[in-house]
Design a protein around this ligand. Structure first.
Ligand code: NAD
Length: 325
């Protein structure tokens, strides 16, 4: 998929967005979804007006699924998304999270989950979300997640404050343990299915299908690593991975490709997930993500880039408590 001008693309486009069911829920989510972490400044500053326009453009182009968390920018992302959704709430399927509030700040207690929901609803300017996810459960005692956090989230569901519930996290083993122990409606996994990794396909997707759990794939750009700009300073990947990503981006660039286009299209084509969450904060990013969705696939180029990644393929970093790795 060769680079091409998003302006030319914008002039001739008509939305071709596709939608898939999120597991057994009645939610139909757009295949391209809006990850709102960058609205909180996680990847650098974006002004509030541009952030709002990016959200509006995404909605106008058929993106219906939006994911946020109180953690992103210490609630800034929720504030900004809430402001942008004013008057448009009924056009979107909205997910937020609970349990994580800072780099090292976690509270998965029932008391905090219930309070957190009300705080998020105030910031998001709505009286319900469609999905509430326990955020990064590998940082918790998994017994607490099963015995206290999820039951509190189910109470919120009964109260009508969230339509469905689920979990997010990095180590697949942790997510699988929870899904085998207690029913959840959705699982958000990140950085386990993209140009650098695919173990989600063998490990998590079969379980999700068997149990009718909606699967959400996040971070198709491996948290910015699969872009020409490269990984942000805080990125946890080991240096060999960053170096391989830099070489792959150069390889693509020299042949007239943008590695981000290739990486996004690769994930959008993955049929075993309901949706792929791309972190976006500007109209340019929304446009280029939609361009990647609509451009033809390029399996030959994917194979070449995957060859560069072979030495670091399915290599991961640790996240959370030692016993949850
Ligand atoms: P990502 O892989 O989507 O990468 C985001 C980075 O890529 C940002 O710097 C963004 O500016 C840039 N970008 C976006 N579109 C681009 C394009 N078309 N071309 C070039 N660069 C582009 O990473 P992410 O934001 O971490 O993940 C997506 C979303 O998934 C998050 O915003 C969040 O909503 C969710 N998520 C959740 C968890 C969790 O629950 N634990 C973890 C990771 C991600």
């Amino acid at each position: 998929m060769l680079r091409s001008s998003t302006t030319a693309w914008a002039a001739k486009r008509a939305s071709q967005m596709q939608y898939r069911a999120l597991g057994k829920t009645d939610l139909e989510v757009s295949v391209v979804a809006f990850g709102a972490a960058p609205l909180g400044g996680v990847y650098g500053h974006t002004g509030p007006e541009e952030a709002k326009r990016a959200v509006h453009l995404a909605i106008d182009e058929g993106i219906t699924f939006f994911d946020v968390s109180p953690y992103y920018g210490q609630s800034l992302a929720e504030h900004r998304l809430g402001a942008a959704l004013e008057g448009r709430r009924n056009k979107v399927i909205l997910a937020t999270k609970c349990g994580r509030y800072g780099a090292n700040e976690f509270d998965f207690s029932a008391h905090r989950v219930l309070a957190s929901m009300d705080e998020s609803l105030r910031r998001l300017r709505t009286d319900y979300v469609d999905l509430l996810l326990a955020h990064d459960v590998e940082f918790a005692d998994l017994r607490q997640i099963v015995e206290e956090t999820i039951p509190a989230m189910r109470r919120l569901q009964q109260m009508g404050k969230t339509r469905y519930i689920g979990v997010t996290g990095f180590p697949l083993r942790t997510l699988i343990h929870i899904a085998r122990t207690t029913p959840v409606d959705a699982i958000l996994s990140y950085c386990h299915y993209n140009l650098l990794a695919d173990d989600m396909d063998a490990i998590l997707a079969p379980l999700a299908e068997n149990q009718g759990i909606g699967l959400i794939n996040a971070s198709p750009l491996c948290m910015g690593m699969l872009t020409e700009a490269g990984a942000p300073d805080w990125h946890p990947a080991p240096s060999e991975m960053r170096e391989a990503a830099r070489r792959a981006a150069e390889f693509c660039h020299d042949r007239g490709y943008d590695i981000a286009d290739l990486a996004l299209r690769f994930c959008f084509d993955y049929p075993r997930v309901a949706t792929t969450l791309v972190g976006m904060a500007t109209r340019a990013q929304v446009r280029s993500s939609l361009h990647a969705f609509e451009a033809p696939a390029d399996p030959q180029m994917v194979r070449k880039v995957r060859a560069i990644f072979a030495p670091v393929f399915n290599r991961f970093w640790s996240s959370g408590r030692e016993e949850n790795q």
